[in-house]
Design a protein around this ligand. Structure first.
Ligand code: ADP
Ligand code: MG
Length: 139
């Protein structure tokens, strides 16, 4: 079950758990579009998704900022993508989306940079006071 709605988390752990709970219901072909500023908690949420897919913690889900795409294997495959460093629309288009969208769980950080629409579950994280985050999930 995808818990669509608006959630408030008050720690990194709570954001992780929200991502994990979301992904526990995944079949293996979902796309998650993560939107939010630097330090909002996108990577924390992505780590939760990995946990929900039963990806070992040793597999080291981290920010793929330098590698662009990290692939992990759990009960299904996870493609973890970060568009932060990509400049042009062309560079983003060249990632080979058609090879994995709909064929694996795909998590995109900085999805607002996508130059073309991709259907998916949109997760927007906003920083509030201190460690509080407002997370809106819409399928
Ligand atoms: P992003 O990938 O969006 O740039 P990260 O997930 O790498 O952000 O980092 C989020 C940072 O914010 C971490 O240092 C984390 O400990 C901190 N943090 C504090 N409160 C929260 C929260 N409620 N949810 C997620 N991260 C939080
Ligand atoms: Mg990140």
């Amino acid at each position: 079950m995808i818990p669509s709605g608006i959630f408030t988390t008050r720690s990194e752990e709570e954001t992780f758990q929200l991502g994990r709970d979301l992904a526990r219901g995944f079949q293996g072909s979902e796309t998650v579009l993560l939107v939010g500023d630097l330090g909002a908690g996108k990577t924390v949420f992505a780590k939760g998704i990995a946990a929900g897919l039963e990806i070992d913690e040793e597999s080291g889900v981290c920010s793929p900022t330098y590698t662009l795409i990290n692939i992990h294997q759990g009960r299904c495959s996870l493609y973890h993508i970060d568009l932060y460093r990509l400049e042009g629309a062309e560079e983003i288009a060249d990632l080979g989306w058609e090879d994995f969208i709909g064929r694996a769980v795909v998590v995109v950080e900085w999805a607002e940079k996508l130059p073309f629409p991709i259907e998916g579950i949109r997760v927007a994280i906003e920083v509030e006071e201190g460690d509080t985050r407002r997370i809106s999930i819409s399928a």
